[in-house]
Ligand binder design. Structure first.
Ligand SMILES: [Fe+2]
Length: 242
């Protein structure tokens, strides 16, 4: 059986830059850190011309995902697809960390200062942007592409992922991770730990064939099943108030 969507990655182990090749052009997931656009363009050019990028799907508005989003949208002409909660965050150009945001490791707390002060060029969606208000908004399915948007809050309030219906592959953003920066497939930070756990329950129920996180290597859903109970007894680390 042949599938109509192909997953590419032009990032690295720590930060993946996924691209979906579809029958209707290319979909980029996120951008990368501010200042990374020229290098990204060179890697993209080996796969496809920039104007073949039809959509940029934003998994959430952190600086490592939205850093050169403004440039990517402007130069490609692609349509932004983003959660409505991303919009004020993107307009601020900084990582918003609501009260109660906790970190899953001490190293994460150490990274907090760095993250909090990381800014990026603000993004103002144009009239072509597709702003998602609920999971009933499914622009890719409506366009005839077998790609379902899944809301996965917890890491942030605007976290969303993509489920490829033909292959049952899930691109989860930071709703789970598999790099050394956080333990047991967790994200390095959680705005809402309970919502994060519920998003895992949602992923497990979805039963994807493979999960592609933004940080670290792809992994099977069995990993989340194995580590799920840990989310009920999480020790989170909190930065000192400044
Ligand atoms: Fe993130």
């Amino acid at each position: 059986m042949s599938h109509s969507i192909k997953i590419h990655n032009i990032g690295n182990y720590m930060l993946r830059n996924y691209l979906l090749e579809t029958t209707q052009g290319w979909i980029a997931l996120d951008s990368g850190y501010a200042g990374g656009f020229e290098a990204y363009k060179k890697r993209l050019a080996k796969l496809t011309p920039l104007d073949q990028l039809k959509f940029v799907f934003l998994t959430h508005s952190h600086n490592d995902h939205a850093g050169f989003l403004a440039e990517l949208l402007a130069e490609s002409g692609a349509r932004l697809v983003a959660h409505e909660n991303s919009i004020p965050r993107l307009a601020s150009g900084v990582n918003v960390m609501p009260d109660g945001t906790g970190f899953t490791s001490r190293m994460g707390v150490a990274m907090h200062g760095m993250m909090k002060h990381s800014s990026y060029p603000p993004v103002m969606p144009d009239e072509n942007a597709i702003i998602l208000k609920s999971e009933t908004d499914q622009p890719f399915l409506v366009a005839g592409l077998p790609i379902r948007i899944v809301f996965l809050p917890g890491h942030t309030a605007d976290s969303i992922g993509l489920f490829l219906e033909e292959t049952r592959e899930l691109l989860c953003g930071d709703a789970a991770g598999n790099a050394i920066i956080a333990p047991a497939r967790q994200a390095v930070l959680m705005e809402d730990a309970r919502a994060f756990a519920e998003s895992w329950d949602k992923i497990i129920a979805l039963n994807p064939s493979r999960i592609y996180p933004s940080h670290g290597n792809p992994f099977p859903v069995g990993d989340l099943m194995k580590f799920r109970s840990r989310l009920d007894h999480l020790t989170l680390f909190y930065p000192k108030k400044d």
